[in-house]
Structure formats: structure tokens, C-alpha cells
Ligand binder design. Structure first.
Ligand code: FAD
Length: 398
């Protein structure tokens, strides 16, 4: 096979995973990441089903299992922090709201980077400024002024991908009507190793989750149809959160105090990407940039790892990039469709407006968490995304 050059844009989960498999298949791979260094932010992400198998085939499963957050399960709590309904973590590749392989996004990204950095050229602190493609390749001009021609460009820049706008100008996020603010706060004595989730009413949720570095990952979520909150500056976002959560109860005051103390946070307006095609000529989309399912799906990282593997397998199988990219899409599309199809009423049902609706939700959760229901397998069906409903294609030998 002639060596073909591939530029991957984005070094979080999808990008480095694609880079690993593409380099192994003999491609000359460059990864460009907009930030100056690997990003550390982010909270617990799940690796389930087919994606566990991808890590296994990369030789990274043990390292990932050794770096899990130690989350014991998911407990819905009342305003005193007492359990309403508790779901222990899954004990296999796929099941439960807390997965067996629950890892900080930044930690997973670091593992992937360390595993690829000797075989791949990484460019940090740069990004694609413009690209122009013809029948034989893509001319890329980087923001730094660097110019380079590649045979193929893969955009793994996440849900708000900027370069996607250059190639797919009509792509729009389908908003779910929910914003989430994620932050890291100091751990205190009464914190536990469970994901504790307080349904606060008025479309709000307050969450505390353990990590493996001695802090607590907190998040607050709010149902709202107001757009543009993610475009406000920090002070504007803090004001919105303060107004929305001042009477929310449980851990909300602690989280608001951390915001006042300057805790860095990441604010996301949740939305899915639904594009009719992920490919335009020699440019293709991967991961959240292509098909973001949102954090409430619990399957975004699984789809990113799996899609990266499938893309590389398709490209390694033929020198015809058109056939390869069509194969990648045909293989991934049904899995992505399943992953994006959220249970009816998501995310509104889990974030009710009234306290009466919360009482109903808690009654249902108690019933589902009860031992007879767990024995009947009701839990796995309700709370596990369909991560095992996919068989990885073989990776062609070099
Ligand atoms: C900082 C951060 C925190 C996150 N926190 C959570 C979380 O707490 N819970 C959760 O469920 N999911 C979180 N996610 C999303 C989660 O990582 C993804 O849903 C999933 O893992 C798929 O990853 P991805 O590689 O496709 O995209 P992402 O993880 O979104 O990564 C995209 C990467 O591309 C880079 N990038 C963006 N634009 C450009 C550009 N123009 N040029 C070059 N590089 C670019 C970004 O800096 C980032 O490194 C987070 C993502 C990020 C980037």
C-alpha cells in the first residue's frame, strides 16, 4: 500500500483513537489540537460494550481499568442527601447507569495520547484556518501559517467543531432544552464514592460524583429553552446559575459557593448532531463532531472509540477513499442511530418541574431499584445505553 497522509483535528477521545489505528495500518498521521496541551477538564465518561473491546484490542483496557474513578453506583437522594433509590455500578462491559469502566475524560485522553505519541505527529496550539480540496488531496492552511497537503482530513473536534462549519455550513445542533455546568470542587468528609443525584424540581438537577484524584466532580443541570447561555461570559453564566439554583437545596449552596470562589467550570448547551452525511469529498467527521448524542445518552465516548476504530478499519481495507468512507458511514450509522435515540421524555422526565412529578419519579425509581425488579433485569434495560449492540469489523492486516 502506498503511504497516505491523514490529518486528524482534535485530540480528545475520537482523534487519538483514530490516530492509533490509522498509524498501525500504515498511514502517516498528524493530529492537530487547538489547545496548547492535552485538555484535562471533564468529568466521568463511560466506556461500554464495543468500545471496551476497542480498548482491549489497543492493549489499553487494563490501564483504563486501573484509572477508573471508583464510582460505586448511582443514588438518587433527597434534600438531606438520604438515598431514595440506589443502583450499584455495573459489573460487566455494558450495564448500569454507572459503568464498570467509568473514567475521567481527561485521564482517558491522556492514556490514548501516551499510547500514540511515538507513532503520530501531534501539533498542539494550532488549528485549521482554511482547507481546499481537489480530486487528489486537501490543502490545509493552519492558523500558525503552516501549510500542508494531506490525502484525507478527519474532523474530531467535538460537538461545536469550528472546521465543520467550513465544510458543512448547514450543520446545526438539535437542542435538547437543557444546559449543564460542570465543575470540580473540594472533597469533604461526608462525601461518598457514589454518584449522588438530587432532583430539585423546576427542571433542575444537582449532582456530586467521586473522582480518583481526591476531589468531587459536581454538576448542575437546568431545563431551559433559552438559547445562548453558553455564549455568555463567566460572570453572566454564574449569575444565571445563582438565580436558578439559589433555592435548589441539598448541595446547591456548596456548588454556588465554589463558583463564587472562582472554581473553573465548563458550561454546555446540550444538543445532538444529525447530519445526512458525515463526509464531503476527502473530509470526514468523527465522534461528537459527526453524531453527538449528548452526555445524557451515556454513550458518547463509546461511539467515539468505536467510530474511530471503524473509520480506520474501513480506510485500511481499500485504497479507494470514497468506498472506505461510505463503508465507515454504513457500518456506524445504525449504531449511532440507536445511541442517539434517547428514552421517551429524556431529559425532561428526570428533571421535572413540580414536586408532585418528582414524587412520581422517586416512586418509579424505588420500584426499579427494588430487588425483585433488579432480579428481573428491569434496571439494565431502562438505564443502559445499547453499547453492546454492535460487532466490530475485523481490522485488515497491514
Ligand atoms: C473539555 C471537555 C470536557 C468534557 N466533559 C465531559 C463530561 O464531563 N461528560 C461527558 O459525558 N462528556 C464530556 N465531554 C465530551 C466527551 O469527551 C465526548 O462526548 C466523547 O468522548 C467524544 O469525544 P470526541 O473526541 O468526539 O470529542 P470531544 O471530547 O469534544 O473532543 C474534541 C477535541 O477537539 C478539540 N478541538 C475543538 N475544536 C478544534 C479545532 N478547531 N481544531 C483542533 N482541535 C479542536 C477540543 O479541544 C477537544 O480536545 C467533554 C469534552 C471536552 C472537550
Amino acid at each position: 500500500m502506498t503511504t497516505r497522509s491523514i490529518l486528524v483535528s482534535g485530540a480528545s477521545v475520537a482523534g487519538p483513537t483514530a490516530a492509533f489505528w490509522l498509524a498501525r495500518a500504515g498511514f502517516d498521521v498528524t493530529v492537530v489540537e487547538r489547545t496548547d496541551a492535552l485538555r484535562e477538564e471533564g468529568q466521568n465518561v463511560d466506556v461500554r460494550g464495543a468500545a471496551r473491546e476497542v480498548l482491549r484490542r489497543m492493549g489499553l483496557e487494563d490501564a483504563a481499568l486501573a484509572a477508573t474513578t471508583g464510582e460505586q453506583g448511582t443514588a438518587f437522594v433527597d434534600d438531606q442527601g438520604r438515598d431514595v433509590a440506589a443502583f450499584p455500578a455495573g459489573t460487566d462491559d455494558t450495564s448500569g447507569p454507572t459503568a464498570e469502566l467509568e473514567i475521567l475524560r481527561g485521564r482517558l485522553s491522556e492514556l490514548l495520547y501516551e499510547h500514540t505519541k511515538d507513532d503520530v505527529t501531534y501539533l498542539f496550539g494550532d488549528q485549521i484556518a482554511s482547507l481546499e480540496q481537489d480530486a487528489d488531496g486537501v490543502d490545509v492552511v493552519f492558523a500558525s501559517g503552516r501549510e500542508q497537503r494531506f490525502d484525507l482530513v478527519v474532523l474530531a473536534e467535538g460537538v461545536n467543531s469550528r472546521t465543520r462549519r467550513l465544510v458543512f455550513p448547514d450543520a446545526r445542533k438539535d437542542h435538547l432544552g437543557m444546559v449543564i455546568a460542570y465543575l470540580t470542587i473540594p472533597r469533604q468528609d461526608d462525601d461518598t464514592d457514589w454518584w449522588r443525584w438530587y432532583v430539585a424540581g423546576k427542571g433542575r438537577g444537582v449532582n456530586l460524583r467521586p473522582d480518583d484524584v481526591g476531589s468531587i466532580r459536581a454538576s448542575v443541570n437546568l431545563m431551559t429553552d433559552v438559547r445562548g447561555l453558553d455564549e455568555l461570559d463567566r460572570d453572566g453564566q454564574v449569575t444565571v446559575l445563582r438565580r436558578a439554583f439559589e433555592d435548589a437545596g441539598w448541595a446547591a449552596p456548596r456548588i454556588l459557593a465554589a463558583l463564587d470562589d472562582g472554581a473553573p467550570f465548563y458550561f454546555e448547551d446540550l444538543g445532538q448532531m444529525h447530519l445526512p452525511s458525515w463526509t464531503a469529498g476527502r473530509v470526514t467527521l468523527l465522534g461528537d463532531a459527526a453524531w453527538c448524542a449528548t452526555p445524557v445518552s451515556g454513550i458518547g465516548t463509546t461511539l467515539a472509540l468505536t467510530g474511530a476504530y471503524v473509520l480506520a478499519a474501513s480506510l485500511a481495507a481499500t485504497e479507494d477513499h470514497r468506498a472506505a468512507l461510505a463503508d465507515y458511514e454504513a457500518t456506524m450509522r445504525p449504531f449511532v442511530d440507536k445511541g442517539q435515540s434517547l428514552p421517551p421524555g429524556t431529559p425532561g422526565l428526570a428533571n421535572p418541574q413540580s414536586l408532585a412529578a418528582r414524587r412520581v419519579l422517586w416512586t418509579v425509581l424505588r420500584a426499579v431499584a427494588s430487588r425483585p425488579a433488579q432480579r428481573l433485569g428491569a434496571l439494565a434495560g431502562r438505564f443502559s445505553p445499547p453499547a453492546d449492540e454492535f460487532e466490530l469489523p475485523p481490522m485488515p492486516a497491514r
